[in-house]
Design a protein around this ligand. Structure first.
Ligand code: ZN
Length: 263
């Protein structure tokens, strides 16, 4: 098993209690833990296409929240890590909060400004410091529910938007919500993507193709202990094994029976 890992983050915030918002302190601890464990930073495409000799980690951010350039960039720059942002191109540069099922419940709250997306200038600035900007489609819809024409608009359209605005190739993609099936993967290939990331809950199998790359999801719930376990080679080995299905089923059952016990 290759010792390259791809982590999936979303927003960075001190105050926003959403699971998808990691605090700056958590991110700093996590990055420095990886540095001490001899990981070097890479972009998502570096890992999807390279055969990293050493331990490599790609930190990826979905949704292009403004907090990423404000709060994550300084922390990653200290560590000398680049990162990858997957941007929903129709929302970039808007002043109002992004909107789709799953985050809409925050729009009428005091945390609405946490949903502000980055501008095209922000994304261009990130490319100048070695970050990769990939696509997160145009409008963050569940791709498995779209017809062929809508799929093409979301996939080719977003790639064209990003290439035009940033004047550089955009060949990587993250599937919104991680949802993809064979048809979606084929459409992504036809649209010109060469690497695409999903998220994973269950067994972490080695990628079946560069267009179906698993990522480890990191949330606000990941304290030091959980992060160390999630990223440890031993735990990743277990999650890649056939035994994981049995272990995970029993954990879930135990957690349902004793909801106060930490997983
Ligand atoms: Zn997303």
């Amino acid at each position: 098993m290759s010792d390259a890992i791809v982590l999936c983050y979303h927003a960075i915030s001190e105050r926003w209690p959403a699971a998808l918002a990691t605090t700056p302190r958590q991110l700093r601890q996590q990055v420095w833990h990886l540095l001490r464990a001899n990981y070097r930073g890479a972009t998502f495409s570096d890992i999807a296409f390279g055969a990293p000799a050493a331990r490599a980690v790609a930190i990826t951010f979905d949704d292009a929240y403004r907090s990423v350039i404000d709060l994550a960039l300084p922390i990653l720059a200290e560590a000398g890590f680049p990162a990858t942002v997957f941007a929903p191109s129709a929302f970039i540069g808007r002043t109002e909060p992004v909107a789709w099922p799953g985050i809409d419940q925050w729009r009428e709250t005091e945390y609405a400004d946490e949903l502000t997306p980055m501008s095209w200038d922000d994304l261009a600035a990130l490319t100048r410091v070695g970050w990769e900007i990939g696509s997160h489609t145009r409008s963050h819809r569940n791709l498995t529910e779209l017809n062929a024409q809508q799929l093409d608009e979301e996939l080719s359209g977003s790639r064209a938007d990003i290439e035009e605005r940033l004047a550089r190739p955009c060949t990587s993609l993250a599937y919104p919500y991680g949802y993809r099936d064979t048809r979606v993967i084929q459409a992504a290939r036809r649209a010109g993507y060469t690497a695409a990331a999903r998220t994973t809950r269950g067994r972490i199998l080695p990628p079946s193709s560069a267009l179906d790359w698993p990522r480890i999801m990191i949330t606000r719930r990941d304290d030091k202990r959980r992060f160390h376990i999630k990223t440890s080679p031993a735990f990743r080995r277990v999650r890649a094994s056939a035994a994981w299905a049995v272990i995970d089923r029993r954990r879930r059952r135990r957690r349902a029976a004793h909801p106060t016990v930490e997983s």
